[in-house]
Design a protein around this ligand. Sequence first.
Ligand SMILES: [Zn+2]
Length: 151
Amino acid sequence: MNDPLAAACEICGAVQVEGWTCESAFHQMLVWEFSDENGAGSVHHLSVLCYHLQHPQLYSPQGLRHALDLLVAFESGATPEHVREEARASLKERTWPIRGSVSAGFGTYAHPVHWTTHAPQVVAGGSAGYVDRVQAWSTSILTALRNAGEL
Ligand SMILES: [Zn+2]
């Protein structure tokens, strides 16, 4: 028997949906986004952020802090262009790495976070409605982080 719980993601707790894991789902998102820049590609900034926030060890501790600020900015209606413009100045002075590594350390949350939406659910069902599902995913992540006391 195929036990879907046995395939749960150890980091974010996702179960497979339609055979998607977190990683394979994320790669599918990138394929849709790069092949349809004005459609699916319009939420590229959110999907990358969401995937990494649910797998915080991909970030350094400072990188995770920065990502949380980005999520709050996007959910407050900031456009990726606006955020990029602001980041350009501050990133010039950045002395810390964004990615998690043995030397930089790995991002973690101080409290357990109970995610309500995971990457496999966002991809399941196909590319139709994908943009809406990513936006809902992003909002669910903000809510989960607030509920956990991380924001
Ligand atoms: Zn996961």
